[in-house]
Each structure stands twice: as C-alpha cells, then as structure tokens.
Design a protein around this ligand. Sequence first.
Ligand code: C2O
Ligand code: CU
Ligand code: CU
Length: 512
Amino acid sequence: MHLIYFFKKTRAMGGTGHSRRCSFPLGTSFALAALGACVSGCDGSPTLGAGDVEQPEGWSDALAMAVPEDLDPDPDVLEIELEARITDLEIIPGKPTPVWTYNGTLPGPLIRAKVGDKIVVRFRNALPEPTSIHWHGMRLPNDMDGVPGLTQDPIEPGGEFVYEFVARDAGTFWYHPHINSAAQVGWGLYGALVVEDPQDPEVFGDELVLVLSDMALDEEGQFLPEDSGGEFGDLFGREGNILLVNGKVRPRLEVRQGKQQRWRVINAARARYYTLRLPEHTFVKLGGDNGLAERSVETSRIVLVPGERADLVFTPSDPPGTSRWMQWIPTERGFGSVFNRPRENMLEIVTVDEDPVLPAPIPVELREIERIDVAGAKTLTLDLTIDTESTAGTREVVMGINGIPYWRSQPLEARVGETHVWTIVNHTAFAHPFHLHGYFFQVLDDARVPEWKDTVDVPAESSLEIAVRFDERPGMWMYHCHILDHADSGMMGHLWVAADGETHPPHVELIH
Ligand code: C2O
Ligand code: CU
Ligand code: CU
C-alpha cells in the first residue's frame, strides 16, 4: 500500500531526472548514494537512478518484430493488413525453411493497441489450405473469435475476412489459426497482440515482447512430418527441436545493470512448456494472461504453459561487461518430459560496459481484482481424458472431455448472466493447459495471487476449480487443451452461451 502511495506521489510530482528519482523510498545506503551524499565506504554504489538513463543503444534490435502499418489516421483505430503466406526464412543459416507466416515474418507482426482502441484486421489467406485467426484471450464478439465451424467459415485459400473488435482489456494476447492448428502453429503462424494501459506505472520499465516457440526441423531446414512420432507424438505433444525467441535462435539482448525492463512473454509453442531461469536473478511478476495481477511477486522461475503469458519486470544485476544465458529448463508435465533432458540456452543477456544504475522500486499492490461471487453458481465437472480406439486394425489415440472427443461432443450450456464453477479433472499421465475462449476466469485457490486468466495448467493426477461469469456476448465458444496435438486429438469442447429467450443452439459444424 505505501509503495503505491509513494509511487502515485512521485508520478504526480512530475519533473524529470535525478531529483524525482530521489523521492523514492529507497534503502538507506542507496538513497544516500542517489542523493550524491556518498561518504567513504560506498564506492561502487550507483549514483544514477534507472530513470536517469536509457536502455543501451540498440538493446533489443536482435529481437525486433515487424510492426504493421496503421491504415487509419484515427489515433483510436488500428487498421492493418495481414496475409498468411509461406515464406522462406533461414532458421538454420544457409538452409531456408518454408515457414508459414503472417506478412512474411516470424513471428507475425506485433500488433500494439491501447485500451479502448478499435482494431480492424484485413486478412487474406495465401496459404495452400484453409485457415482462420483466433485472438487468444481477447473478450470480443463471438463472430470475431475465429473458430471455423463454430463462429465463421474456414477462410479458403485466396479467401479474405475482416476481423473487427474493440480492445477492451489491457493485457498480453496473441493470435494464431484455429483449424489444423497443431500443424499451422508448428509451422510458424502466431503473433503477439499487446493492449497497453496508458495508466501503467513508468517504473515498470521499457517494454520488450518475447514470443517463445519452437520448430521441428531436419538438418536441411525442412519441417519434420506434422504427425511425426505417431501415437506417442499425439500423447506427448510435438515439441520442436529448435527453440526460438521472437523467431530467432539464441538471440542477444543488451542490458545495463540496474536498468529495468518490462517483459511480456508469450508461449506460442504447439506443445512445449517453458520454465525460464536466469541464474543469479529473480523476476518480479506483474501479471499474466489478462493484465496485472492483484500484486507483484518476486520469483526465481517463470513457468509458461502453451498459450499462457507472463508480464514481468527484469532487473539486470550482472556486472558491466559480462554476459549470461537465460535458460529453458525441462518442466515436469508427465512421462518423458524431464528425464535425461538438458537445459537449453535461449537468450543471451549481455550487460554493457556502463556504470550500474539504481533500480526503481516496483509497487507491490497493482490492481484490485474483484472476486467472482460463486454463491448460487452452476457447477460442472470436465474430466480431461485419453483413450485409444481401434479401427480397422490401427490403434489411434483419442482424447476428449468426459471421454468424448470434440467431433462427437454436445455443447455445454450456459445462459448470459450465469456464473459457473467448473472443476477440471486430470487423471491422465500428462499435464494439460486448459484454455477457455471469450471470457476471463479466476482459479479458485487461495494460494495463488488473484488474477484474471484464460489458460491454466492442470498437472497430471490433479484437479482445479475455475469460476467464470458469462456476463455478455452470447454464442458458441471453445474450450480445450492448448497442447495443440491434444486439441486436435479431441481434447476440445464447445460451450453455448444462450442469449435471453434463446432456446435452440445455433447450428455448428465440428471440424475434425
Ligand atoms: Cu489459443 Cu482455442 O486457442
Ligand atoms: Cu483462445
Ligand atoms: Cu492436453
């Protein structure tokens, strides 16, 4: 509380530079140093605050993502063109890969808007197969959700579709196809969508969006077959052998000791879980899927399941002129996910040879998260299931919800205005990242920092409860496991949120 108070006070005071920074409630020795009141014994303490210096020149150039041209002069409307097309890119030097891209880049363009903006996306499919764009995590009208068979027709090769919606919530979102998604996402179709809140504290630092993904390539840079590994590939989920950060292999980031950066991290991988670790460092997590959490927490690792996002402050603390790797650490998510798997280097953090600066304090209280009132809520249980089916002598893995694969499922039912509590049960040997379209939920678990989410891990042999309010926007919405191989194997369902007086669900086609 008092940090927020100081923070607001600081913001309100305005002004720039040294004197403003000195009004922070600093630790005493640092405070003395920052005030220039250094006495003998405090050699080496920073004399500048983080707010007094810029990031090193070109700090994030190696991680830059394409920014689409805004075709609408209205500052509150972002109108862009996206084309899905195959583009040769050198993931492995000298060995071009036919990557499935938006506008020819990997990841697709970084779409950045501010809360309340209207976003218009003129989309064209120049791929050899049907596709669509789903705006993961966005609370948008049902017919803009991008799910072929449910909310729109597949966009055929050569076809076009205009997506148009208002960015009502600040947060870190992303976009990807919702048909043949394991393959299409695995081949490169994903991009970041950031909705900024102009009220966010400046002390969070300069922003960097990190899209984490992987790709399954052979030595010639060609994609491994989309069904590689057969049954086990379906069961485990297909992780690529090449780790990518913003489409790059082991890129570098330049930092200055003490000068904070705000990272918005997105797990866009088809199946891979990410546990990120930077030795000798901690991160201050601000929130995740749908904006800031109730309070910030310091953590030594960031865990992101497929589809999930993290919003954090990174404070470089290595001495000038050194470098260190941010690593991917194997995450326990069921059979074969950890044993004998090495850590991998992902991102090189290079600390430039400049004097350290004093980091700014990060507020603890960030935002009030109103708890969903679950009194009188409708309850239901979703059991995430894995079976095998034998047809004509071949065994096939069939996943489902309550034993029923997507293509044979009936919709769950809700009415606008209802609150639900869903118990999500996982008796399988693998963890499943559960994702709901169209609505934010809260995980009912007092041990967690309250926040709004749309994707949550359900570890093997466990269960959890989520609360969700279907307050508006009737229609057919998806929920599924975000290991996309699992989703395509049937671990998906649909939910009919009925409008007032509506008695029959709309006709849908469950595309297998
Ligand atoms: Cu990332 Cu059905 O979604
Ligand atoms: Cu989604
Ligand atoms: Cu799963």
